[in-house]
Write a new protein. Sequence first.
Length: 94
Amino acid sequence: MVHDPRLTPATELAAKNQMHFPNESQEYRRARNALLAEEIDLRRNIERVAELRRALPLGGRIPEDYTFQGPNGQVHFSQLFGDKDTLVKRTVAR
């Protein structure tokens, strides 16, 4: 849960939700609002973690200029990314 006094509490935001389903029970509405509050907190936590990630200091330097074998011959690590000095690795789950 994100504790930021500037933000409206997630439970309060969820309670203001005006979108209701026809003939929904009070039990359903309570459960749906609780879920909505959790979703709001989740989005806030995702942003908080992203801020922490962006604030990380630069990582370690690569100890040597590794050589790789490509389809057109050998290439050094320093040549792989042109003038860019930062590598971002993204893993996509299947």
